[in-house]
Design a protein around this ligand. Structure first.
Ligand SMILES: Cc1ncc(COP(=O)(O)O)c(C=O)c1O
Length: 353
């Protein structure tokens, strides 16, 4: 058998997502929340787990969670789809759309890698529109690409990973107006920006919003939430695997909704620490942090960046290094950690420089 003959070209063209585990002292490379769950919440989880029948499948479609998140976001239940992380929701969207393909998926670049990976895996062409020099949307170029490619799906990370800022709202509104396909506002970092399009779902029937619990302290659960118009969610539900969210995640996701204020206290702390971290980076010669609306900061380092990165890793400090695209050639990204982790990172960075 010639494996290359039977695997899609889009799959062949990629490397597997890097899953390298490195020893570390300070881990600030994956935009996670650095705070563990409180003992009080852990106790409640253990109590609820006593009631679970592990020999049974979990409820298909996570109806309890669906209702809880509908209340939490102030929308109808028919507008909510729960996924195994928003990564799965991205894949569900790609699997469901494309009635008149071959066609393309559009997104600005640089942005979250999974849009491109999932698009290639599902057989789409990708159309990437570079951000402008302020790392904001090049709205005219996006509109031209929409007119040219007529994509059934457009992804906008809001705030954008890895650049950190929310794109200009006016530009996004023009894209929503111009597109006859779905425009997905991926608000994975929405809790840190305080900005959202949740209040705009009545205005545009092609607006879809993604949220996740991964950035607010529950990354291990793999819980993503899609919010869109009921006719769309109805179709996407046919693509969702029946038991896509396991029972543990369904239980703990419900607890998040019940105790969300506790999680939001930590979000506030991270927002305050983001300012500290940004000020400290700014004060280091040769380092330039970009403004951030998220729980991470992109910064440029013009002297020996790859060496600096390698030495941070040697000292057990993990952050994210970028080789491409060109606009990120001199950039690295650091997640806002605990006060101690942030201090440890800054001290190590100064030592390395
Ligand atoms: C913009 C963006 N969307 C989605 C995700 C993935 O979220 P999840 O963990 O819910 O799959 C990430 C993760 O880093 C992200 O940066």
């Amino acid at each position: 058998m010639d494996i290359e003959k039977i695997i899609k070209r889009g799959v062949l063209s990629q490397e597997a997502y890097p899953a390298e585990e490195r020893p570390y002292r300070i881990k600030l490379d994956a935009n996670e929340n650095p705070y563990p769950l409180s003992s009080a919440l852990k106790r409640i989880i253990f109590e609820r787990l006593q009631t679970v029948s592990l020999n049974r499948y979990p409820a298909p479609g996570s109806p309890g969670l669906r209702a809880a998140f509908a209340r939490y976001y102030g929308v109808d239940e028919e507008m909510v789809l729960i996924g195994n992380g928003s990564d799965e929701l991205i894949q569900i969207l790609m699997t469901a759309v494309g009635s008149s393909c071959p066609c393309s998926i559009l997104f600005p670049t640089p942005t979250f890698a999974m849009y491109g990976i999932s698009a290639l895996n599902t057989g789409y062409r990708i159309v990437e529109v570079p951000l402008n020099e302020r790392l904001d949307l090049d709205t005219d170029a996006m509109l031209a690409a929409i007119a040219d490619a007529q994509p059934p799906l457009i992804f906008l990370s809001y705030p954008n990973n890895p650049t950190g800022r929310c794109f200009d709202r006016g530009g996004i509104e023009k894209i929503l107006e111009a597109s006859s396909g779905l425009v997905v506002l991926d608000e994975a970092y929405g809790n840190f920006s305080g900005k959202t399009f949740l209040g705009d779902l009545d205005r545009w029937d092609n607006l879809v919003i993604l949220r996740t619990l991964s950035k607010v302290g529950l990354a291990a659960l793999r819980l993503g939430i899609l919010i869109g118009r009921p006719p769309l969610v109805h179709q996407l539900n046919k693509v969702r695997l029946p038991y896509n969210v396991n029972i543990f995640s369904q239980i703990v996701g419900g607890l998040f909704v019940e105790h969300s204020e506790k999680f939001m206290e930590l979000v506030d702390r991270i927002i305050a620490d983001r300012k500290w971290l940004s000020d400290e980076l700014m004060a280091i010669e040769g380092i330039n942090p970009y403004p951030s609306d998220a729980n991470f900061i992109l910064f440029s380092c013009f002297t020996g960046k790859d060496d600096v990165y390698a030495r941070l890793v040697e000292r057990g400090v993990l952050i994210k290094n970028f080789m491409s695209p060109a606009v990120l050639r001199n950039c690295m990204r650091v997640t806002v950690g605990t006060t101690e982790e942030n201090r440890g990172f800054i001290e190590t960075l100064k030592g390395v420089l």
